[in-house]
Design a protein around this ligand. Structure first.
Ligand code: CAA
Length: 379
C-alpha cells in the first residue's frame, strides 16, 4: 500500500517505525501494566519532532503534512497504543485548534513550546452529563469585564495529568450549542486535577478529571470566536478521530504481526500451527480488514491535507479501524490460545487497548450517527 505515499512520507514512516520498535517496544508492556507515563519516551519523540509533525517550522513544527503525522501515530501505536494516544491527543486536540483557530499572538505564545514537546497539551470537552451529547456542557464561563471566570468540572481528559495547556470548552450562553473554547494553563489559580481514572487499557496515558473553581481567564485566552466553541470542538474532533483511527490501525497491525510470528513458532500435531488452514484464514481475514481500514484512514487524511470537508470520511475511518482493532486483537488471542490470555504475550494488552478506540473521540454509535446524518440529513 506504500506506493500511495510520497518519498518524504515513506521516510518519516520508516524513521518512526525504527524509533518505535527500538525504543518504545521494549518498555511498552511494563510501563502499561504499571500505569507508568512514558516521560523519557515522549522526550525522545519530541527530539525527533514527533510532537509537532504537521505544523509549520515558523512555529517550531516539523513542516510536514497530516498524512505523515497519522502514519507516525500508527507506527508508534504498533508498539504502544498509550504512547500513540499521548501524541495524538496532544497534536490533534490541543495543537491543532490553536493552529487553526488561534490568533497570531496565541500561535506565537503557545505553539513553539507545544510543538517542540516542551509542554504537553490536552483537550477537555467531556463532562459527566456531556459525553456523546457533548453540548450538554454544565461548566460555565462568565464574562467579567475583560476576563472570563470558569466554574465546573471535566472528565476523561487524555494527558490531563501531564498537560500544561488545555483547550477547555465551557458554556457561554443559554442556547444548547452556545459554548466557547478557552486556552487554560495548568498554573492558573482555581484549576486542579481531580480523579485519575483506573482503566482497562492504555494505562501509560493519563485520563483525568479537571476541576475549575473560579478560574480567571484573560480575554486573550479565548480561542476562536465567542459562542463558536461547539463547532471548534467538532472540527477538532474530525482530526482527532483520524488520530484514533491510526492508533487502532497500529493495534491491529501489532495483533497480526505477533500472530504470524507465533503461528510459525508454535508446534502442535507435529507442525507449526501456521500450516493449518484455520489459522491461515484468520490471518487472511485480519489483514484484509486491516488494509480496508488503512485505505479509509489514508483517504480521509489526504482529504484533510487538501483542505476538503472530511467529517464523514473521518467518522468512517475511525468506525472501521476501531472495529478492526477489536477484531484483530480478538483473533490474535485465539491464535495464541491459552498463552494469549496471559501477560507473557503482548496480545492481551492489544485486546485491552483496542476497546478504547471504539469509545473515545466519539463512540462507534456517534460515528454511525455522523455518517448517516451526512447521507440522510438530521431527522
Ligand atoms: N464540523 C463543522 N460543524 C459541525 C460539525 C463538524 N464536524 N459537526 C456539527 N457541526 C455543526 C452543525 O453543522 C451545527 O451547525 P448549525 O447550528 O450552524 O446548523 C452545529 O454544529 C450543531 O450540530 P448538531 O446539531 O449536529 O449537534 P448535536 O448536538 O446533535 O451533536 C454530535 C452532534 C455528532 C452527536 C456531537 O455532539 C458529537 O460528536 N458527540 C460526540 C462527542 C465526542 O466525540 N466526544 C469525545 C470528546 S474528547 C475525548 O474523547 C477525550 C480525549 O481526551 C481523547
Amino acid at each position: 500500500m506504500e506506493f500511495l505515499l510520497t518519498e518524504e512520507q515513506k521516510m518519516l514512516k520508516e524513521m518512526v517505525a525504527k524509533f518505535a520498535s527500538e525504543k518504545i517496544g521494549p518498555v511498552a508492556s511494563e510501563n502499561e501494566r504499571n500505569h507508568r507515563y512514558p516521560k523519557e519516551i515522549i522526550a525522545e519523540a519530541a527530539e525527533l519532532g514527533l510532537m509537532g509533525i504537521a505544523y509549520p517550522t515558523e512555529y517550531g513544527g516539523a513542516g510536514m503534512d497530516y498524512v505523515s503525522y497519522f502514519l507516525a501515530v500508527e507506527e508508534v501505536s504498533r508498539w504502544c497504543a498509550s504512547t500513540g494516544v499521548i501524541i495524538s491527543a496532544h497534536s490533534s486536540l490541543a495543537c491543532d485548534p490553536i493552529y487553526r483557530f488561534g490568533t497570531e499572538e496565541q500561535k506565537q505564545r503557545f505553539l513553539p513550546d507545544l510543538l517542540s514537546g516542551k509542554k504537553i497539551g490536552a483537550f477537555s470537552l467531556t463532562e459527566s452529563e456531556a459525553g456523546s451529547d457533548s453540548s450538554n456542557t454544565k461548566t460555565v464561563a462568565r464574562k467579567d469585564g475583560n476576563k472570563w471566570v470558569i466554574n465546573g468540572s471535566k472528565l476523561f481528559a487524555t494527558n490531563g495529568n501531564e498537560a500544561d495547556v488545555f483547550i477547555l470548552i465551557a458554556r457561554s450562553g443559554e442556547n444548547k450549542h452556545n459554548l466557547s473554547a478557552f486556552i487554560v494553563e495548568r498554573n492558573m489559580p482555581g484549576y486542579r486535577i481531580g480523579k485519575l481514572e483506573k482503566k482497562l487499557g492504555i494505562r501509560s496515558s493519563s485520563t483525568a478529571e479537571i476541576i475549575l473553581e473560579d478560574v480567571v481567564i484573560p480575554e486573550e485566552n479565548l480561542l476562536g470566536e465567542i459562542s463558536k466553541g461547539f463547532k471548534l470542538s467538532m472540527v477538532t474532533l474530525d482530526g482527532g478521530r483520524l488520530g484514533i483511527a491510526s492508533q487502532a490501525l497500529g493495534i491491529a497491525r501489532a495483533s497480526i504481526e505477533d500472530s504470524i510470528k507465533f503461528a510459525k513458532e508454535r508446534v502442535q500435531f507435529d507442525q507449526p500451527i501456521a500450516n493449518f488452514q484455520a489459522i491461515q484464514w484468520m490471518i487472511a481475514d485480519m489483514w484484509t480488514e486491516y488494509e480496508s481500514a488503512l485505505l479509509l484512514t489514508w483517504r480521509a487524511s489526504m482529504m484533510k491535507d487538501r483542505g476538503m470537508n472530511y467529517s464523514r470520511e473521518a467518522a468512517m475511518a475511525k468506525l472501521k479501524a476501531s472495529e478492526v482493532a477489536m477484531f484483530c486483537a480478538n483473533k490474535a488471542i485465539q491464535i495464541h490460545g491459552g498463552y494469549g490470555y496471559t501477560e507473557d504475550f503482548n496480545v492481551e494488552r492489544y485486546y485491552r487497548d483496542a476497546k478504547i478506540t471504539e469509545l473515545y473521540e466519539g463512540t462507534s454509535e456517534i460515528q454511525r450517527l455522523v455518517i448517516s446524518r451526512s447521507l440522510i440529513g438530521k431527522i
